[in-house]
Design a protein around this ligand. Structure first.
Ligand SMILES: [Mg+2]
Length: 269
């Protein structure tokens, strides 16, 4: 599918741009705002994109970045203080006016147990495979992007995933990452529901590139079915390694982070 022409894009976004104070703009961070790079810690949001988000924050009823990273990480990367952040797939929420993130209590009680589980894998064997552990508060992520033998790394992590499940944790596979999470139903969709409940918006857009973003798409559909939202726009950010469902379920498909930046530009008017 070619990129949408400017007029078609403007038409799709009209429910938001016509009444921005009653509209919400939600977006994923990695792969949507920030290009995917070999090492997750080197990912960065382009300055122009941050500036656009700052402008949108002044114009729209609610603007939020919804990330698998911790809110602290997401805000450091995006570097806009005037918008909201939902981190760890919605387990943490940071409103623009708040100084501290709120953690969903059902989640925070598991933090110690998740850390104890991960600690046993912080070993030389995994480092040799170049599997990197990331502490995301109540979630621990095992990254294998850039491993010299990706198949070996993936196979080892399949073993860890099994052990995590046996130990009672939830697991989640993303783009070259395995996450071990509390067995509590938390996802980006719930973050969107929470944000919509806090802001009097009638239209909402969510842009994402990966499996976890499908929960965000689904939440928008449910909110519209419930009559809570009148209009929704699901923006699928296409990438080579992203799941097919991202474009299948999207109302609008764009190519990579630059394609999504064009959507932000159109929203800024
Ligand atoms: Mg992403």
């Amino acid at each position: 599918m070619p990129a949408p022409p400017a007029e078609a894009l403007a038409e799709t976004l009209r429910p938001l741009t016509d009444a921005p104070q009653q509209a919400a703009v939600f977006c994923d961070v990695d792969g949507t705002l920030a290009p995917i790079v070999e090492r997750a810690e080197n990912a960065a949001v382009p300055e122009d994109t941050s500036r656009l988000l700052g402008r949108l924050g002044r114009r729209y009823g609610c603007v939020a970045c919804i990330s698998g990273r911790s809110v602290a990480e997401a805000r450091r990367m995006v570097a806009v203080g005037s918008i909201a952040y939902a981190g760890s797939h919605g387990a943490e929420l940071l409103e623009p006016s708040a100084t501290r993130a709120a953690i969903v209590p059902a989640f925070s009680t598991w933090t110690g147990r998740v850390h104890d589980f991960a600690a046993q894998y912080d070993v030389r064997e995994l480092r040799l495979l170049r599997i990197r552990l990331e502490d995301k508060g109540p979630i621990v992520a095992f990254h294998w992007r850039g491993a010299p033998d990706e198949d070996a790394a993936r196979t080892r992590l399949e073993g860890i995933a099994q052990e995590a499940e046996v130990a009672g944790f939830a697991i989640h596979w993303g783009r070259k990452v395995l996450e071990v999470r509390p067995p509590v139903p938390i996802d980006k969709g719930q973050a969107i529901r929470e944000l919509v409940s806090r802001h009097p918006v009638r239209a909402a857009l969510f842009g994402g590139d990966d499996v976890t973003d499908l929960d965000g798409f689904a939440a928008l559909v449910t909110l519209r079915e419930e009559g809570r939202l009148e209009s929704i726009v699901r923006v699928g950010v296409r990438s080579e390694e992203g799941p097919r469902e991202i474009h299948e379920q999207a109302d609008l498909v764009v190519d990579g982070t630059s394609g999504f930046a064009e959507v932000l530009t159109a929203l800024a008017g």
